[in-house]
Design a protein around this ligand. Structure first.
Ligand SMILES: [Zn+2]
Length: 511
């Protein structure tokens, strides 16, 4: 048994919104809404994922199936947010690389990255980490990197690894099978001393957030094209990077990546075929559609009044305060409209530690008047004055063993308080920026979103696995904020000079 391959896994997993006002510091890595421990080392990295549906869960399963020894080094992941400090990269990256150096030699490395990490020093932090990993293990040791579909894939990421493997679904429900794919590739490379030929093609275009669901056209057609390529003889892998729009980096945009058994020309040909077809469809792939907050709330209340009692809630997706994309979680555009328009059966979260303190002081069962939300910056509306009774106080932890975006299981919203307001809405005040990705967030507080007329989910696609099953209707609302669907509302400085739709006349030239 001592001839088992030893394969290390490590990851610094972050989706960085370079327009968000909350920087990602070492403090951000003390807690994470997405998982119980923001930084997990050794066995803890293993244990926290074994029962989930994350990439690491897939690596664990693959290690049993393919009979290799998986050595968990470190996994650091915190909620999407602003630019990562130099200290974070030096500290956590440094620790990861020391572990890789000290616990080696290894026969392979599985990098567990999100793919849109930006640090103060390195706009392509994932690529820089891969470069440093390569420096340590050398050219002979295969390195594969798993990535979220929202990765902004760089040439450096492609160059410094032997394979990139990206989720194919949004909502992300295939982290496990993609981790199996990455493991298969690394094991074959290690055993056969083989390397695939790879090609990364990046047409200068951005896929709009309203078009990110891979189950719907037009994004579905890009994934279909990928599947067509993957079925061709000689193709041994391939991925699409949907891109992460709120990142001011050179590689912002769509990526088409193909691995061939041996021919770089064949890999390139296939990647270009996908890229050309996506480019021809660029207008359909970027369209900021959807009603304003005011119109959406009016529509939702009208629909709610007409719908049968037992039909599920109307779920309003708050695009501008997409927590899963790094927003503040305290936007009040929808809440303010709810109050203004007299919504009486309305459920949502707002991140607000100040209001929580006031509620804790009042105590459970007592009445409070608090200014809620809109406190992080000037992008997410004004605080809304609410009066009501404090009905729940909780530590904010919850678990979801069902299908959750990216396979997360153990969540931590920090101290959480619910107030039932005289204005109408029921508001769960949370401490961390935990996304609305699981209904357990409310069930664990004793509230059933199923029974409300209107529920707000801050996000676009990540809330869908949780809310699609119960919603009578889902409505994507074009709210302002750090994750606005309208790219022209941000000032980009580092993206490619001619990038569609920022440059409506962008040209895609290749041989
Ligand atoms: Zn994603």
């Amino acid at each position: 048994m001592n001839n088992k391959l030893r394969i290390a896994t490590l990851g610094i997993h972050h989706e960085t919104n370079t327009f968000a006002s909350n920087p990602t510091t070492m403090d951000s890595f003390k807690v994470s809404g997405m998982q119980t421990y923001a930084v997990q080392r050794g066995q803890q990295y293993y244990d926290m994922h074994e029962l989930s549906q994350t990439s690491m869960a897939g690596f664990i399963q693959a290690s049993k199936r393919l009979d290799f020894e998986l050595i968990p080094l470190i996994f650091a992941a915190t909620d999407p947010g602003g630019t990562i400090s130099t200290e974070v990269f030096d500290t956590l990256g440094g620790e990861a690389l020391n572990m890789l150096r000290e616990q080696g030699p290894f026969d392979g490395v599985l990098l567990n990255q999100m793919g849109a990490a930006v640090s103060e020093e390195y706009p392509d932090m994932d690529g820089e980490l891969a470069r440093r990993v390569r420096e340590i293990v050398g050219p002979e040791v295969p390195v594969a990197m798993t990535l979220d579909l929202h990765a902004n894939v760089s040439q450096q990421m492609a160059d410094e690894t032997d394979a990139l493997v990206i989720y194919k679904t949004n909502p992300h429900t295939d982290a496990v099978p993609r981790a199996h794919d990455a493991s298969d590739l690394v094991v074959r490379m290690a055993r056969e001393k083989w390397r695939p030929a790879k090609w990364l093609e990046m047409p200068p275009m951005v896929v709009g957030i309203f078009q990110h669901d891979t189950r719907d056209m037009p994004m579905k057609s890009v994934i279909n094209d990928l599947e067509t390529v993957l079925a061709q003889p000689g193709i041994v892998g391939g991925s699409i990077g949907e891109g992460y729009p709120w990142s001011d980096v050179h590689e912002n945009g769509l990526a088409c990546y193909v691995l061939h058994e041996s021919s770089i020309n064949e890999a390139k040909k296939a990647a270009l075929w996908i890229a050309d077809r996506a480019w021809a469809n660029r207008k359909e792939l970027y369209e900021p559609v959807g009603p304003t907050a005011s119109k959406a709330v009016k529509y939702a209340l009208t629909q709610a009044a007409a719908k049968p009692e037992d039909s599920g809630p109307i779920v309003l997706l708050d695009v501008g305060d997409n927590i899963g994309a790094g927003s503040s979680g305290d936007s009040t555009f929808l809440l303010a409209e709810a109050v203004k328009q007299g919504a009486s059966s309305w459920l949502q979260t707002v991140r607000d530690t100040e209001a929580i303190s006031a509620c804790l002081e009042a105590g459970i069962g007592n009445n409070v008047t608090v200014e809620v939300g809109g406190k992080t910056d000037s992008l997410h509306g004004e605080p809304v004055r609410l009066s009501g009774r404090v009905t729940r106080i909780s530590d904010g932890r919850f678990e979801d063993s069902g299908t959750v975006h990216a396979g997360w299981r153990f969540f931590d919203g920090g101290t959480t308080v619910v107030i039932e307001t005289v204005e109408g809405p029921t508001v769960a005040l949370v401490t961390t920026r935990v996304g609305n990705m699981s209904r357990e967030q409310f069930y664990s507080l004793g509230y059933r979103p199923d029974d409300f007329d209107v529920v707000v989910a801050k996000g676009v696609v990540s809330p869908l696995p949780a809310y699609q099953p119960i919603a009578s209707e889902l409505l994507t609302v074009n709210t302002p904020g750090a994750t606005s669907a309208d790219m022209s509302s941000f000032e980009y400085k580092r993206v490619r000079k001619s990038l569609y739709p920022l440059d409506i006349n962008a040209q895609y030239v290749h041989d």
